[in-house]
Design a protein around this ligand. Structure first.
Ligand SMILES: NC(=O)c1ccc[n+]([C@@H]2O[C@H](COP(=O)([O-])OP(=O)(O)OC[C@H]3O[C@@H](n4cnc5c(N)ncnc54)[C@H](O)[C@@H]3O)[C@@H](O)[C@H]2O)c1
Length: 356
C-alpha cells in the first residue's frame, strides 16, 4: 500500500466508518484519521468502535478549511456530505451547498496543499430526472420494470450507463455532487492529483443509521424489528419503485482495490451500483423483512409523487467490474439478514435512532 496516512472526512458516517475499519483491518500499520462534525444522528455511536480499532477521530467540519489545515495525510477519502436527495426541500439549501460543494472544494485545496490523492464519493442522482422518468416501463405485480426493447449506448439490461443524460434538473443534492465531480476532475488534471470518482447507487448494511429520506433499507429492517409503521411515498403509494443496491462489504472491497491503484487515475468517473440483478422494490423489500423478522407492520399510502422522485434507478457497472477485477458478492438476502443481525445485537443502542 502506497498510502501511510489516510484522512476520511465524514469518517463517522455509515460509509466513512465502514471504509476506515475495512482498510485498518487489511493494513493495521496505516494511520487513519476520521474527521466528522457529527451532524448525522448516530454518527457519535461510531466513535468508540473506531477508537477501539486504533483509528483517530477528530471533530471538525469540511465547510471550514481551517478544520482541515492542520491535518496531514497522503490520501483523502471524502465521505462527508448531506447525503439526502430531499435536502433543501424545506428551504434550507445553505448547509447542503456549503457541505457538499464548498466542502469538496476545501478537500481539493487540502489535497493540493498536501500533495495527497483523493477518492470522491458521488451518486447516481447526477442523472437527469426528466430523462429517467421518460424511459418506458411496465407495471408488474411487485415492481415497476424498465422495458428493454430500445436499449442504446446509454442503457443496457442492467441499467443506465455513464452516457446517460445529466442535463436538466437533478435535485440540489445531485447538483452539488455533479459540480464537485467537475472540480475533482479539473484539480486532478491541473495539479496532478491522483483521483477517482465513484457514482454510487444505494449503499446499505450494518451501522447505517437509516431514515426516511436516506438509508431506506436499514430503516425498513429496523421498523420491522421495532414494530413501527412506514409509508409508501409516491407513484400511487404502491411501493413499486425500484432501486439497485450494494452491500457495504462489496463497496469496501472495491474501495480498497481502487486505493491500491489510485496513482494511475486522474479524475476518472465510475458507476458503482447493483444493476438489475441486485435491485429491489419497496414491496419486495417489505416481503423479505417480514420473512426475516417474522413480523408484519402497518403501511400508509402516500399517493403524491415528489418532483425529485424517480420511479426506477439502476446502474450498469460492467466497466468498474472489469477495470478493478471486482465482483459483487452479496445479494438482498445477505443484506437484510446482516442489518437485522446488527440491530438484534445492538437493540438498545439503535432504538432511539430508528424509533425516536
Ligand atoms: N449511503 C448511500 O446510499 C450513498 C449512495 C450514493 C452516494 N453516497 C455518498 O457517500 C458518502 C457517504 O454517505 P453515507 O451514507 O455514509 O452518509 P452518512 O450521513 O452516514 O455520513 C456522512 C457523514 O458526514 C458527516 N458530515 C456531514 N456534514 C459534514 C461537514 N460539514 N463536515 C464534516 N462532516 C460532515 C455526517 O455527520 C456523517 O457522519 C456521501 O458523500 C454520500 O453522498 C451514499
Amino acid at each position: 500500500m502506497k498510502y501511510q496516512r489516510i484522512l476520511i472526512t465524514g469518517g463517522c458516517g455509515f460509509v466513512g466508518s465502514s471504509i476506515a475499519l475495512y482498510i485498518k483491518k487489511s493494513y493495521p500499520n496505516i494511520k487513519i484519521i476520521c474527521l466528522d462534525n457529527f451532524i448525522r444522528k448516530g454518527s457519535k455511536l461510531q466513535v468508540q468502535r473506531l477508537k477501539n480499532a486504533d483509528i483517530e477521530v477528530i471533530e471538525g467540519d469540511v465547510r471550514f478549511y481551517d478544520h482541515l489545515k492542520k491535518i496531514t495525510a497522503d490520501l483523502l477519502i471524502d465521505c462527508s456530505a448531506e447525503p439526502s436527495v430531499s435536502a433543501g426541500l424545506d428551504g434550507s439549501s445553505k448547509y447542503l451547498v456549503e457541505t457538499n460543494l464548498v466542502g469538496s472544494f476545501n478537500c481539493l485545496e487540502w489535497a493540493k496543499e498536501n500533495k495527497a490523492a483523493l477518492l470522491f464519493l458521488s451518486t447516481s442522482r447526477v442523472y437527469s430526472i426528466e430523462q429517467l422518468e421518460k424511459i418506458p416501463f411496465t407495471e408488474g405485480e411487485t415492481r415497476f420494470e424498465w422495458m428493454n426493447n430500445n436499449l442504446a449506448k446509454d442503457r443496457t439490461q442492467q441499467g443506465i450507463t455513464k452516457n446517460f443524460s445529466t442535463q436538466g434538473p437533478i435535485s440540489l443534492y445531485g447538483a452539488t455532487k455533479l459540480s464537485s465531480e467537475h472540480l475533482v476532475l479539473e484539480y486532478s488534471r491541473m495539479y496532478d492529483i491522483p483521483a477517482i470518482i465513484n457514482r454510487f447507487g444505494v449503499i446499505a448494511g450494518p451501522w447505517q443509521m437509516g431514515k426516511v429520506d436516506q438509508g431506506f433499507i436499514a430503516l425498513w429492517v429496523a421498523r420491522h424489528y421495532f414494530n413501527r409503521s412506514l409509508s409508501y411515498n409516491g407513484y400511487g403509494g404502491l411501493g413499486k419503485q425500484v432501486r439497485d443496491f450494494l452491500h457495504i462489504d462489496d463497496i469496501c472491497s472495491l474501495i480498497l482495490k481502487q486505493v491500491n491503484q489510485l496513482e494511475n487515475y486522474r479524475g476518472e468517473t465510475f458507476q458503482v451500483g447493483g444493476g438489475r440483478n441486485n435491485s429491489t422494490s419497496l414491496l419486495e423489500l417489505t416481503k423479505l423483512c417480514e420473512e426475516i423478522s417474522q413480523n408484519k407492520i402497518e403501511f400508509q399510502k402516500v399517493e403524491n409523487t415528489h418532483s425529485n422522485d424517480i420511479r426506477i434507478l439502476l446502474l450498469d457497472s460492467e466497466i468498474v467490474k472489469k477495470e478493478f477485477h471486482w465482483k459483487v458478492e452479496k445479494n438482498i438476502y445477505h443484506l437484510v439478514k446482516d442489518v437485522y443481525q446488527w440491530i438484534l445485537t445492538n437493540e438498545d443502542m439503535v432504538r432511539e435512532i430508528f424509533c425516536g
